[in-house]
Design a protein around this ligand. Structure first.
Ligand code: FAD
Length: 300
């Protein structure tokens, strides 16, 4: 119930646009690394100092106007320039809808091409984050077209989709991030039960570790992380074939522990004014994250 409520709130366009005007609120500041690139670079440098690399998300979604998508593209180009200028260990994560996928497919493709092209000049990887089912097919189409010209792109496989294994096999030669899946999806397309999603998640991770190019295992679930540690040991999978990923501000102790144990670790660093939808999805995933809100309210 709570999950549905927060997913609903995350998709409310009025609240999303209102929140942009007021800066980080409700405890979002502990999971969003600031509203501007300078603050994000400072956080990235701190994480890099612990041997942790970063993937940077200049937050944005629900873009229905060309000028907003163009502004988002310019901001992401600035992030690429900042990564290069500051010599930090970081790459880009972005959402196709942020760059106009809901406006026009080719407009979005051209925006993406400009970004991937600039990133390619500096040897920076670009990850196409995956959104809800309605955007799944066009997002893979974008990846197909981008990879005709560039090899610094990859994407995400969401374990709750029945078609996840098929997509994994099709894209096995890409650097892939494997996740459980963050959106509310219809029963027709996706597992609904946590037990089934977890089972498929493990199956996909194991398959890609054995058959794929590079696997980013993106989860805060210590049971799955421990399972992967055992699996790679048993199957002699070298550390340079995979990394663990977690979101900025979550389980920091575990992030540092995994990095100190010698595993490649990458933190997903979101920043920007468009924090509301991202923050609501984090509350949907784990209602305990409401503690962040409570602390903020009672510390006033
Ligand atoms: P959950 O299933 O939420 O939790 C499992 C268990 O782990 C919990 O019961 C608890 O024991 C433990 N746990 C979890 N969180 C905590 C915590 N904060 N503190 C202590 N214990 C905890 N989704 C998409 O749909 N598209 C994307 O592109 C995408 N990119 C992502 C990138 C990254 C780096 C990450 C980490 C997630 C991404 N997600 C994405 C979200 C993902 O799909 C899940 O919704 C999200 O990660 C929650 O699932 P989980 O695997 O972390 O663990």
């Amino acid at each position: 119930m709570l999950k549905d409520l927060f997913i609903g709130l995350s998709q409310n366009q009025f609240l999303n646009s209102t929140a942009k005007k007021y800066g980080l609120k409700m405890g979002a500041q502990s999971v969003v690394a600031g509203t501007n690139i300078e603050e994000a670079i400072k956080s990235i440098k701190e994480l890099n100092a612990y041997g942790i690399s970063c993937t940077v998300d200049n937050l944005g979604e629900f873009v229905f106007k060309e000028e907003e998508a163009t502004a988002a593209k310019e901001q992401i180009l600035n992030v690429i320039e900042a990564i290069h200028a500051n010599k930090v260990d970081a790459h880009i994560s972005l959402k196709p809808t942020q760059l106009g996928l809901d406006i026009d497919y080719y407009f979005c493709l051209n925006n993406l091409k400009e970004i991937v092209d600039r990133a390619n000049v500096y040897d920076i990887f670009v990850n196409l984050d995956m959104e809800d089912y309605g955007h799944l097919k066009p997002s893979f189409d974008l990846l197909d077209e981008l990879s005709m010209e560039y090899n610094n792109v990859g994407t995400v496989i969401q374990a709750y989709f029945f078609e996840a294994q098929e997509n994994l096999e099709k894209y096995k030669n890409y650097r892939l991030r494997i996740v459980k899946g963050a959106y509310k999806e219809p029963e027709k397309y996706a597992y609904q039960e946590k037990r089934e999603i977890d089972k498929n998640f493990i199956k996909l991770i194991e398959w890609h570790l054995l058959n794929g190019k590079f696997t980013s295992i993106a989860t805060h679930d210590h049971r799955i992380i421990n399972h992967v540690k055992e699996f790679v040991k048993k199957n002699d999978i070298p550390n340079d074939k995979f990394e663990f990923q977690m979101l900025y501000g979550f389980r920091k102790d575990l992030q540092l522990k995994l990095a100190s144990e010698g595993y490649n670790f990458c933190t997903y660093v979101p920043f920007g004014n468009d924090w509301y939808g991202y923050f609501m999805r984090r509350l949907a995933e784990r209602p305990q994250n409401l503690n962040l809100v409570a602390k903020q309210v009672f510390n006033k």
